[in-house]
Design a binder for this molecule. Structure first.
Ligand code: PLP
Length: 242
């Protein structure tokens, strides 16, 4: 690693450790390493880190707040990166997010689908959409941190199907901290996989399953996740909640 700056060497070391964890989890689950894509969650960290991560081979990054993400994406516009938006999304931010995001992983209500579709059409872009599922939400409700209740998936999927400019790519979840799945991450991810299987029965192309963060990527890979979203384990502990 000679010639690397301190920060680049640190990121390289962290990435190598995460890569080892993903590879080991794939071996344990009898899956090919290629079945799992690492998305690095760069929220609260500067564009210079995104640039270093790109130099280290990262091609998928995620952000959760438009006000931070928009300038970062602009500063990195010369890089071949896929930007994933993973935060709760207000409709008044949709136009901005659509200008840089390739995939919005937090689609959780019909009103947001309508707004994303209009923005994507206007921008002449096709936007990938993951439906965020709140596994602990009551029927018809949304989760505290966003997400549609499992029984709302079909209606939302139909809305995306019918929306010009949008492409239904699959499902995303954050393991619930409370409720029946608290402390049962594997069970939560298994439930998400069942919901994905049901979705793919009628929409085989919607095969992305985004689950697993720094603390629980092994459980997510074991359950069948195709995408893991890793922040802390690559970039370090965030100074503030983000
Ligand atoms: C911050 C965040 C992550 C990454 O979490 P870490 O614990 O830092 O790995 C993943 N998904 C979402 C939706 C996030 O907001």
């Amino acid at each position: 690693m000679t010639g690397m700056t301190g920060r680049k060497a640190e990121l390289a070391e962290n990435l190598a450790r995460v890569e080892e964890r993903i590879a080991a989890a794939c071996v344990s689950a009898g899956r090919e390493r290629e079945e799992v894509t690492l998305i690095v969650v760069t929220k609260t960290y500067p564009a210079s880190d995104v640039r270093l991560l790109h130099e280290l081979g990262v091609r998928d990054v995620a952000e959760n707040k438009d006000q931070d993400a928009a300038p970062k994406a602009a500063a990195c516009a010369d890089l071949d990166l896929r930007w994933h938006f993973v935060g709760q999304l207000q409709t008044n931010k949709v136009r901005s997010v659509t200008s840089y995001a390739d995939v919005v992983q937090s689609v959780d209500r019909p009103k947001l689908v309508t707004a994303l579709s209009a923005a994507a059409e206007k921008a002449g872009r096709e936007l990938g959409c993951l439906l965020q599922v709140a596994l602990d939400a009551e029927s018809g409700a949304r989760g505290d941190r966003g997400g549609v209740a499992p029984d709302g998936i079909e209606e939302l999927a139909a809305a995306v199907d019918a929306a010009p400019g949008l492409r239904l790519d699959g499902l995303m979840t954050v393991a619930p901290l409370a409720g029946p799945y608290a402390g049962r991450r594997r069970a939560a991810f298994d439930h998400l996989m069942d919901l994905s299987t049901a979705l793919r029965a009628t929409r085989p192309a919607a095969n992305m399953v985004s689950a697993g963060m720094s603390a629980d990527l092994e459980e997510a890979v074991a359950a069948g996740a195709t995408h893991v979203r890793i922040g802390t384990a690559v970039l370090g502990v965030r100074p503030r909640l983000g």
